[in-house]
Design a protein. Sequence first.
Length: 300
Amino acid sequence: MEHKNAFIITGPTSGIGYATALELAKYGTVIMVGRNQDKLNQVKKDIEGIGQKAIPIICDISDIKSVRQAAQQIIELQLPIGGLLNNAGIMQTKVKKNAQGWDMTFATNHLGAFALTEALVSHLPDGANVAFIASALEDPERKPAKIMGMKGARYLSAEASARGEWQAGGSKMAGIDAYATSKLCVLASTMALARENPRLHVNAIEPGITRGTGLGAENVNAFVHFLFGYLMSIIPPFSKYSSTPEKSAKVIAKVLTDKSGKTGIYFDEKGEPMLGSALSRDPAFQERVIAETRALLQKV
Ligand SMILES: NC(=O)c1ccc[n+]([C@@H]2O[C@H](COP(=O)([O-])OP(=O)(O)OC[C@H]3O[C@@H](n4cnc5c(N)ncnc54)[C@H](OP(=O)(O)O)[C@@H]3O)[C@@H](O)[C@H]2O)c1
């Protein structure tokens, strides 16, 4: 097994990111981008416990200034980067704003990940892998999401999303329009960035309905959160897409360490190619999302 590359991961302190950080540690140094020093120190200890190396970088992914500072710190490490994983993400029922006054979910899931990638792209060596964790909730036709009354992404524009405005007729569940729209932008940007950067390999991954993570945990009490995750893993059609952080980590690490040159692919929870929503697959829409995202980020 090679140990020459370093891998950057956002959100390594919980759930899928934690399991993936431990998995990636088998392939090289893990550069852990997170907002909580104590939690990062604990993950560092766990990685060192299996004889591997980890470097914590403090960063609030929702705050674009903090993201750019973190990117600078990573560049200054001068490590050969094998892969960048944009994993950090949130699903919230209460509307919150980031440091720039933008919708917290959109800023964390899409803008922060995009800004970090933009700041690092030119510093990544040829053949490096960039991966984004997307979500099938962006797709209005996705069966499990439809059953739960979710309506998929509700994109108006990047500016409108930053203001927390979504296309009318969305989900009745609080926070879902923001989450689904942010993930549509993640997926659309992945495909546009893959086209723009042929010397890199840029892909997206839907990790599956992954129980036992912190996603959405702040919205309900711990028992309901646990029960929900458990039921999802045994009731069809949800069970078909069910995963665990450890299973997701294996799939994600495979994509991030892949050397076969695959790019512009959306992988499912088993590591097989899948289709996103029709909108996410439209190249004109993909270009529009990155153009609007860049224009928005230029304001910071
Ligand atoms: N679980 C699922 O079923 C599922 C399905 C599809 C997609 N996903 C996606 O998978 C990714 C990981 O989610 P998860 O389920 O593993 O959730 P999780 O356990 O809640 O992990 C989220 C991670 O993101 C970090 N994070 C959140 N906001 C941040 C911020 N402002 N700055 C820096 N770090 C921040 C968290 O840090 P702290 O520890 O400091 O809070 C944590 O490490 C997300 O992108 C999510 O949308 C999950």
